[in-house]
Structure formats: C-alpha cells, structure tokens
Design a protein. Structure first.
Length: 95
C-alpha cells in the first residue's frame, strides 16, 4: 500500500534533520479551488521543525534546506509549505 504524503514528509524530514519536535498538518482542505490544489488533497502543508541542524543558519538557509530535502515531493504535486523552523533554544524560549 502506498504511503500518503504526510507519512513521506515525516520520514524525509526526520531523516534529514533529526528533529526534537516535528508537526505536519495537511492544510489542503482550506485551499480547495486555489491554484495547485487537487481534489485528493495532500497539496498544502504546515510544518513545524525543531532541530539542532538549524543552529547558526539563517531563515532562508533553513527554508532552502527543507525545500531541498522535499524536492521530489514538490516535483510530484506538493504545492505549498508553510514552514516554522526553529532551533531547540528558539523553541524553548517561545514556550
């Protein structure tokens, strides 16, 4: 049975960034009828990653790293990512 996109995103992001916290929310239903949305969903996601891999990286560098890891998904119908990318210290300070 093929994995859904959320499961594939989870596996790829965990392998690449070894997060201490990871949340993936399929937000596709809110974008029905918008560009890039498909009837089957799994096109728009909100992602929160907390990882030591982001220490010393700018917001742009963090975002580029995630987009690189997910490039295959982006080429196969993943249309939009809303990313929140934090180091463990940044995440703790916000809590």
């Amino acid at each position: 049975m093929p994995q859904n996109r959320s499961t594939r995103l989870d596996a790829a992001l965990r392998e690449a960034f070894r997060p201490t916290h990871l949340e993936i929310v399929d937000d596709s239903a809110r974008h029905a009828g918008h560009a890039g949305a498909s009837a089957g969903g799994e096109t728009h996601f909100n992602v929160l990653i907390v990882s030591a891999a982001f220490v010393g990286q700018t917001r742009v560098a963090r975002s580029r790293a995630v987009h690189t890891v997910l490039s295959a998904e982006l080429a196969q119908g993943l249309h939009a990512l809303a990313l929140t990318l934090k180091t463990p210290d940044e995440f703790t300070q916000e809590s």
